[in-house]
Design a protein around this ligand. Structure first.
Ligand code: C2E
Ligand code: MG
Ligand code: MG
Ligand code: MG
Length: 283
């Protein structure tokens, strides 16, 4: 009986593995087509000043509208696109689309807004990244000061010297750098000190159960103190309740982002539409 179940177990493993490989290949083919057929769209989630409630700008988040799969979340395809290199053309598409939209917002008078774009570690290691960013900004006539690039801690920590050179070139250009999902990676504080970053985003895992006198309150307080000491602006992500909003402002967080304040949405629901709800600009 043991032998029998072992064999079944092996067969089950083998067939599920084949399924996985086949699924990944299928997904990979469809991703290739998605680029050619322009099936991607960007949604934009607002960032707000924690004290005044004024809208500071947006973060661009990719969405894939697949004719066969429906709407696919980034978590379901970014990882594969990083493995097979498709993240490079996809990332270039994202930056181009975000800059085109930023240009439209500038023309509508939203001159104080910034657009933030997430950068994958793979793009970050690409030697032409700096040129790609410069060319894309120039193509749309968007000042570098309107662009923020969000990078994860682990991204920045890989190949420290080469990463620093790329970051410094981008910062010299006037692009703002933001450390995303802070607190979940493995950064050395000494290295963080050398990064030409302007902003630090507290990962939403520390915000989810945030309340006075909790470990998370101590962690968030410490991150804010660290950011202050390094001259960085602090953004909290994943703000889902009014209580979290008020407590984060009380702790001294500079900016807030989250479903309670504004969900990711298509650009036409955010700015430039005649039916734009005023509360998208002020919380
Ligand atoms: P991220 O950059 O940390 O983005 C925040 C994610 O949290 C987004 O998920 C957003 O929809 C979600 N979020 C925002 N507010 C709340 C909230 O209050 N509660 C909860 N539970 N979630 C909230 P999304 O759009 O699914 O993106 C997931 C991740 O995929 C992003 O994390 C980012 O790492 C990556 N990603 C998204 N777009 C791109 C892109 O264009 N390029 C690259 N390289 N990565 C991207
Ligand atoms: Mg981000
Ligand atoms: Mg984040
Ligand atoms: Mg996060």
């Amino acid at each position: 009986a043991a032998k029998q179940s072992g064999r079944n177990g092996f067969r089950f493993f083998e067939s599920s593995m084949n399924h996985n490989v086949r699924d990944q290949l299928l997904l990979q083919n469809e991703l290739h087509q998605a680029i050619a057929r322009e099936e991607f769209r960007l949604h934009y989630q607002p960032k707000f000043d924690a004290v005044s409630g004024r809208m500071l700008g947006v973060e661009a988040l990719i969405r894939w509208y697949s004719p066969t799969r429906g709407t696919v979340a980034p978590m379901a395809f970014i990882g594969l696109a990083e493995k097979n290199g498709l993240i490079v053309p996809i990332g270039a598409w994202v930056l181009n689309a975000a800059c085109a939209q930023m240009r439209a917002w500038l023309d509508l008078g939203y001159v104080d807004w910034k657009v933030a774009v997430n950068l994958s570690p793979v793009q970050f290691r690409h030697p032409l990244l700096v040129d790609m960013v410069r060319d894309t900004l120039a193509r749309h006539g968007v000042p570098a000061t309107c662009l923020t690039l969000e990078i994860t801690e682990t991204t920045a920590m890989d190949d420290a010297e080469a990463s620093l050179r790329q970051l410094e070139a981008l910062a010299d250009m006037g692009v703002s750098l933001s450390i995303d999902d802070f607190g979940t990676g493995y950064s050395s504080l000494a290295y963080l000190k050398r990064l030409p970053a302007k902003e630090l985003k507290i990962d939403r895992s520390f915000v989810a159960d945030l309340a006075p006198h909790t470990d998370d309150a101590a962690i968030v307080g410490a991150i804010i103190a660290l950011a202050r000491a390094l001259g960085l602006t602090v953004v909290a992500e994943g703000v889902e309740t009014q209580a979290q909003r008020e407590f984060l402002a009380h702790l001294g967080c500079d900016a807030l982002q989250g479903f309670h304040l504004g969900k990711p949405m298509p650009a036409n629901e955010l700015g430039g539409a005649t039916n734009t709800p005023a509360d998208h600009y002020q919380i």
